[in-house]
Design a protein. Structure first.
Length: 365
């Protein structure tokens, strides 16, 4: 039994801080579920970057989502200070008893000192952070050097304070909301698509070195269409991602439904919840599909599939047998192209999709 375990029944409010990208934020959702399940009266807030808040808004386990806008750093000193003070005032008004900081971002240590909750929890970074970091927190949790899924790394924070998650409460939680769901139902109806009648393909990532080749995506779509499958393609409203989608679609003999650059993150979640299968690379849409319990085929290159694979959903992960992966580099030699990813064949991906699709929905060419 931990000598410094926390009695959750004695605290009223907690703040969970995760200042990272969209997928990282979504993977914190089990933290809120576990806390709420073990302490139903506890009010739990989140602090994330503004552009990632849709990963947590509408989550029934979260009381409030506070945000930091990355654009503040581009403002003048006084406007930025005004935003920071406004946020600090709002957080102080919540009178937190527990603060859980899930990254090495220095803002977490600063807030731990400024908000002064009774319990302050963060990861131990022996090589990166010194005495100021250690003294900012009452509890430091450790993460093993051996590979471990990011969700479990997050949950190690709770284990450190004596809260041990059950196996059935660790799923990702993402609520699309009625507005997004209604929008997607209407959009699919216009294209003659119904529930679980199509495959959702999101071929790109904000990091293009994580992307497969356009020609192979085109060949994959053609093969699926020959099987009688309907394909819906999405992408972020980013110039490079949209350009890649155009290269994929222009080589098709039969048009796919192209929704690239048209959907919000909530709408993307509502769309993938309607799909029979999701196909993509290591990116937030892959994690969104896992959260919506849509079977996932995920292609991994330089990033670690152990740390980032689809969480608690039926899936197939495809990797190439390169001894150097996962290297974490932005392409081989930093050249923006990852051979461990581009060497994956169309046949491998097609085979994985066939394994996931219900037998009744597989129609031979």
């Amino acid at each position: 039994m931990l000598k410094d375990a926390i009695d959750l029944s004695a605290i009223k409010r907690a703040l969970v801080i995760k200042l990272r990208h969209h997928g990282d934020v979504l993977l914190t959702s089990p933290i809120f579920s576990v806390l709420k399940n073990h302490a139903p009266a506890l009010e739990i807030d989140a602090l994330v970057y503004r552009d990632t808040q849709e990963m947590l808004t509408l989550n029934p386990h979260i009381a409030q989502v506070f945000t930091v806008d990355r654009a503040w750093k581009n403002l003048g000193l006084l406007p930025r200070l005004n935003h920071e003070l406004h946020l600090l005032k709002a957080l102080r008004a919540r009178r937190y008893d527990l603060l859980i900081h899930l990254t090495e971002h220095p803002r977490g240590a600063g807030l731990a000192r400024l908000l002064r909750p009774r319990y302050r929890l963060a990861r131990e970074f022996a090589a990166k952070r010194g005495r100021v970091w250690r003294n900012s927190f009452t509890h430091l949790y450790k993460v093993p050097t051996t590979p471990r899924h990011t969700v479990e790394q997050h949950l190690d924070a709770l284990r450190r304070i004596g809260l041990y998650p059950h196996a059935d409460e660790r799923k990702l939680v993402l609520v699309a909301g009625d507005e997004a769901e209604n929008t997607i139902r209407a959009l699919l109806a216009r294209h003659g698509l119904i529930y679980k009648s199509f495959i959702h393909l999101h071929p790109t990532s904000r990091w293009l070195f994580k992307s497969w080749e356009a020609d192979k995506y085109s060949a994959l779509i053609k093969a699926l269409q020959q099987m009688g499958e309907q394909i819906v393609v999405t992408a972020a409203p980013d110039t490079q991602e949209l350009k890649m989608v155009r290269r994929i679609l222009e080589k098709l003999d039969k048009a796919a439904v192209d929704l690239s650059g048209q959907l919000t993150l909530k709408q993307l979640a509502a769309l993938t919840a309607q799909a029979k299968c999701f196909v993509g690379v290591d990116s937030v849409p892959m994690h969104i599909a896992a959260a919506m319990q849509t079977p996932v085929v995920a292609l991994f290159g330089p990033s670690s599939d152990v740390d980032w694979k689809p969480w608690q959903v039926t899936h197939r992960v495809i990797t190439a047998a390169y001894s150097c992966r996962p290297c974490g580099l932005d392409g081989c030699g930093g050249g923006k192209v990852s051979e461990c990813l581009t060497s994956i064949s169309v046949e491998e991906v097609l085979s994985a999709i066939k394994q996931l699709l219900p037998a009744a929905n597989i129609r031979s060419a």
